[in-house]
Design a protein around this ligand. Structure first.
Ligand SMILES: O=C(O)CCC(=O)C(=O)O
Length: 264
């Protein structure tokens, strides 16, 4: 699947791109069906919310589950990434579901991913792409991602490591910088029904508010990074930045549906 030049232009301008209806209802149902068992596992790859203890993010999913092993090779995710980066040697840097559970899902502070990738893993350049698939309907109330439009064009903002606000250590952007960037580009929230796709770059400032609603909000997130821009430091565990630099090879477009048929 390739993006149009209009979509590529919008991504360059805004720093993110929403792809309505990227996955169908059956495919989303198959992905969701795997989550209860994955979230029930007692593993360091499942990070739990600080207050409630429910799963906040479940990582390393392609190594833990055959359906997610297919999803990280899905052509509707991998081919646009190859196109955008003009590079067909991309490795799976991270594959996770961020689960912002009803009532208890906590904030993701303002940040851009490259700050963490650079400081923690020694990634040289902000090239990685974050490719999302909404596994629930994402609306105004259940903690959608917020993006500062165009903030990737301002150059890397200064960051500081925050290990206190949530259970997940994150290099975050200070409020005065956020205020200045919002003054330039404004805030946009990424909403849409389950199955919506979303792509954003490593330098785009984003975050998401807590989920006070009775509606869960689960989003699959795949980070693909060029092999030529791989990590140079191995401080974090494998599930936070995978060491296997084998380039992903896209499967057929029906790879999720064929897995469903095989499972009966
Ligand atoms: O899932 C969210 O709400 C935000 C996650 C995020 O910002 C990230 O994984 O970098």
């Amino acid at each position: 699947m390739l993006l149009t030049s209009e979509q590529l232009g919008r991504f360059r301008e805004d720093g993110f791109l929403v792809l309505p209806g990227l996955f169908g209802a059956e495919e989303v149902a198959a992905l969701r069906a795997e989550l209860p068992a994955l979230f029930a596992e007692d593993t360091p790859a499942n990070f739990r919310e600080k207050r409630s203890g429910v799963v906040r993010t479940a990582m390393g999913l392609h190594l833990r589950n055959p359906v997610y092993a297919r999803l990280v090779r899905h052509p509707r995710l991998v081919e646009p990434a190859m196109q955008m980066l003009a590079d067909d040697r991309l490795y799976v840097q991270q594959a996770k579901v961020n689960a912002k559970e009803a009532f208890t899902g906590e904030v993701w502070q303002w940040h851009y991913d490259f700050a963490t990738h650079h400081h923690e893993d020694g990634v040289p350049a902000p090239l990685a792409l974050n490719l999302h698939v909404f596994l629930d309907d994402v609306g105004e109330f259940n903690g959608p991602l917020w993006f500062i439009r165009g903030s990737h064009r301002d150059g890397p903002a200064p960051t500081a490591l925050d290990t206190a606000t949530t259970s997940y250590p994150l290099w975050t952007v200070a409020e005065d910088v956020v205020a200045r960037l919002v003054g330039l580009g404004g805030i946009v929230s990424a909403k849409g029904p389950a199955g919506t796709g979303l792509i954003f770059g490593d330098s785009l400032v984003h975050g998401s508010p807590p989920n006070m609603s009775p509606f869960p909000r689960r989003i699959f997130s795949l980070i693909l990074n060029p092999v030529s821009n791989a990590l140079t430091r191995h401080r974090r565990p494998d599930h936070q930045h995978h060491r296997d630099l084998t380039p992903v090879v896209p499967l057929g477009d029906d790879c999720l549906r064929s897995a469903m048929r095989a499972a009966g």
